[in-house]
Design a protein around this ligand. Structure first.
Ligand code: ME8
Length: 522
């Protein structure tokens, strides 16, 4: 049987500096979505990468006294390292400076030109280098410091006047609206969809598509002196990653169109308006869904170099480990909404949900099996109504999670899983298996079997978010590699399985005591 395919992407990051927590957040969340689909039997292709052309890169390189190529080579490697540190399981890391990407973008350009949607004219308007975006006069304002800024993002804009190729975006309004209407799931969450609808209903202006004042970009075919606007180049990465322009290739036929683009809320317009319009013009199929996540703030404040509160994702992983970082962001922040992080909130999640709730339940029950059952999964006797209810709730988690992940609501899956963990803890305390060792060892065995089975189901479903620790829990239950996908949920834990000696999987965070006297002194 052929497995259904699922092709998902992240935004490709600007490597003009080191990655920040926002970059890390998007990649680890998309990784959870990719891992879920793989475990659920899909043939997954997960694409991520770096967006390496444009004026921002050109200017940063100039300031640092290196060539743009040196700048992007150096920094793109750091983004890749970040993915490794967070255990992001991408299948391809694309760089827009790759020659095959150039061929792909130029082919898309030629098709848009052949469709009559590109024309040359003169551009005059406000450009934000930081956003790599054009703004209308009405979208800018001059601040107290006499600097004109883009109102939506607060970044400085500069007046730009040059000959430019334009894309006839104005001609796509009706087609785009018809597409949104016919495909109600094209944009998520709903708040973003409403924003896009009102933007497109308000009328679209043609889009400047090329620049002449620098050359760090993909040349416009047949138009010397023009390089493509970086967003044309950037968006096309998604189809290059799928094998375009080789439309006859198995790769392309299998993967395109993408099933899901995961992006941040600041770049919805590019993905839900410009990108589908480019594809319509080039006669290519449209992606199925664009989902915009929220922004991450440091203790509620915007991260910025000038405030000095930019936290390096490498430092977070070094301090807490990859799984606690991944778990924190995905459990704490409803995916699609803004969120905040602080040392205190990360530690609270680590200690409450991981160490206390799941960690203790696993450690208490598994060490009882080691001590009282010779390290062998006991044979369950008849199940009580409470046992059955709990197991049924655990069995229902796959359905709940599937529905949640299909709408990118990762937090809803975690919420449901941890509600079962909380119930299991309450039930375990009431059942008090430790008191049954002498009086009713058979019932003790049943309770321990039910607990181990609950932990197995929870560990299977937690793998997309905490792959390392969930894997350790499954090791502790002696689960074979072929028993670790979601198809294994319906199979029960086999009594008689010999378990390794249990070791705690979720360490409790204890803040180092400052100014403590050296060990051994009063
Ligand atoms: O926009 N919290 O690149 P980028 C959460 N190259 N997400 C954040 C964030 C924050 N504080 N800050 C940024 C670009 N992001 C383009 C994309 S795609 C064809 C081209 C997200 O490096 C942001 O929303 O500025 C985007 O999805 C991603 O990080 C890369 O941002």
């Amino acid at each position: 049987m052929t497995r259904p395919k699922f092709f998902l992407t992240t935004a490709i990051d600007y490597p003009n500096g080191r990655p920040h927590v926002g970059h890390a957040y998007e990649k680890l969340a998309t990784d959870a979505l990719a891992r879920f689909k793989r475990l659920d039997g899909f043939d997954v292709f997960f694409l991520t990468g770096t967006d390496e052309h444009g004026l921002k890169m050109h200017q940063t390189a100039g300031r640092e006294g290196v060539t743009p190529r040196e700048l992007v080579d150096r920094n793109s490697a750091v983004f890749k390292d970040m993915d490794a540190a967070l255990e992001v399981s991408y299948d391809r890391f694309i760089r827009t400076t790759e020659p095959e990407h150039h061929a792909s973008v130029q082919e898309v350009w030629r098709r848009m030109a052949a469709a009559g949607d590109l024309y040359k004219s003169n551009y005059g308007g406000w450009y934000s280098v930081r956003d790599e975006a054009y703004y209308t006069e009405a979208e800018t304002a001059v601040g107290d410091d006499s600097i004109r800024r883009a109102t939506p993002t607060g970044t400085p804009v500069e007046w730009t006047e040059e000959e430019s190729w334009f894309f006839r975006l104005s001609a796509f309004q009706e087609r785009l609206l018809a597409h949104y209407e016919a495909h109600p799931d094209f944009i998520g969450p709903d708040s973003r969809k409403n924003e896009v609808l009102s933007f497109v209903r308000g009328g679209l202006e043609d889009l400047s598509m090329s620049r002449t004042t620098f050359d760090w970009g993909i040349p416009v075919p047949g138009s010397p002196g023009h390089v493509m606007y970086v967003w044309v180049d950037a968006l096309t990465n998604y189809i290059t990653g799928a094998g375009f322009p080789d439309e006859a290739s198995e790769e392309y036929k299998k993967w395109w169109p993408a099933d899901l683009h995961v992006i941040g809320k600041d770049i919805v317009r590019f993905h839900a308006v410009y990108w589908p319009a480019f594809l319509m013009s080039a006669g290519l199929p449209l992606p199925k869904r664009v989902f915009a996540h929220g922004f991450i703030f440091n203790k509620g404040e915007k991260m910025s170099k000038s405030v000095g509160n930019v936290v390096d994702p490498f430092d977070l992983v070094k301090a807490y480990g990859p799984d606690p970082v991944r778990f924190f962001f995905l459990r704490e922040v409803p995916f699609g909404q803004d969120g905040s992080y602080s040392h205190e909130s990360i530690v609270a999640r680590m200690n409450a949900d991981l160490a206390n709730d799941l960690g203790n339940l696993a450690q208490r029950s598994l060490s009882m099996i080691a001590k009282n059952c010779g390290g062998v999964v006991p044979v369950p006797g008849p199940l009580s109504a409470a046992d059955t209810t709990l197991l049924e709730r655990a069995d229902a988690l796959i359905g709940v999670s599937r529905a949640a992940y299909d709408r990118q609501e990762i937090h809803k899956s975690l919420e449901a899983i941890w509600a079962v963990v909380a119930d299991a803890n309450r039930w375990f305390t009431v059942e008090a298996p430790w008191a049954l060792k002498k009086t009713d060892p058979a019932r003790m065995g049943t309770i321990l079997w039910v607990t181990a089975e609950l932990i197995r189901i929870v560990a299977l479903l937690a793998q997309p978010v905490i792959p390392g620790s969930a894997g350790k829990l499954l090791d502790a239950l002696a689960q074979a590699p072929e028993d670790r996908d979601f198809a294994a949920i319906g199979r029960r834990l086999v009594a008689g399985t010999v378990l390794p000696a249990p070791t705690p999987v979720f360490p409790k965070w204890v803040d180092p005591v400052e100014d403590a006297p050296p060990v051994g002194e009063p």
